[in-house]
Write a protein that binds this ligand. Structure first.
Ligand code: IXW
Length: 254
């Protein structure tokens, strides 16, 4: 029996990860900010009886609660979210950057900080950060979010160096244009699947010309967590359909 944790489960890559890990036989403990409210937690438990919602919010408390309820943590999926705000550098407040770093770097760091000792003792575990493909293809005027995400990708790579001897692979999955269904983080059905201008944009900037699905994200998470190819560690997987698509220079010969 294996215990997995998925954070921010209702958002970004949360549901794809949790449902697929559960299908693969993991007991999946789920964090979400909304689970602070008892009725939200109960509603989630009723809709998804195969998943285990947790009310704890602080990383160390969450790890402790999951460990005592479901046993040692085998898989950590730190699925981090932050509302990106586009601004030129002289318009951002310095605090905007601090906020992005707190949510996108400190949070996964704190989770690993809390879970590492039990994984090291057992010499087993898998750690996956869901980050972003924006460091691979940065947009103009999104410096805070993009750089904070880049730090999380590097954190995964750096941790892979020290946790390798304990048989703990560490990965980052960097999505972009991942359909988030009814969550605002980051490509909900409205408008990204419905508004013709948004659909045309996705077609243009991704080589595969469409949004990625929760199912596709879940397949990668489950594969990386499965241990079936444990000679991998430290990679950042850009799960972004070939974003950013670079078009041919105008005027170049055929
Ligand atoms: O920044 C994102 O969306 C902004 C609209 C994508 C996310 O990093 C994965």
């Amino acid at each position: 029996m294996s215990t997995a944790i998925v954070t921010n489960v209702k958002h970004f890559g949360g549901m794809g990860s949790a449902l697929r890990l559960s299908e693969a036989g993991h007991t999946v403990a789920c964090h979400d900010e909304s689970f602070k409210q008892k009725d939200e937690l109960e509603a989630f438990a009723e809709t998804y009886p195969q998943l285990k919602p947790m009310s704890e919010q602080e990383p160390a408390e969450l790890i402790e609660a999951v460990t005592s309820a479901y046993g040692q943590v085998d898989v950590l999926v730190s699925n981090d979210i932050f509302a990106p705000e586009f601004q030129p550098i002289d318009k951002y407040a310095v605090e905007d950057y601090r906020g992005a770093v707190e949510a996108l770097q400190i949070r996964p760091f704190a989770l690993v900080n809390a879970v590492a000792s039990q994984m090291k003792k057992r010499k087993s575990g898998h750690i996956i950060f869901i980050t972003s493909a924006t460091p691979f293809g940065p947009w103009k005027e999104l410096s805070t979010y993009t750089s904070a995400r880049a730090g999380a990708c590097t954190l995964a790579n750096a941790l892979s160096k020290e946790l390798g001897e304990y048989n703990i692979p560490v990965f980052a999955i960097g999505p972009n244009y991942l359909h988030s269904e009814d969550s605002p983080y980051f490509y909900p059905t409205e408008p990204w699947k419905t508004n013709p201008e948004h659909v045309a944009h996705v077609k243009k900037v991704t080589a595969l010309q469409r949004l990625g699905t929760q199912k596709e994200l879940g397949e990668l998470v489950a594969f990386l967590a499965s241990g079936s190819c444990d000679y991998l560690t430290g990679q950042v997987f850009w799960l972004a359909g070939g974003f950013p698509m670079i078009e041919r220079l105008p005027g170049m010969p055929e």
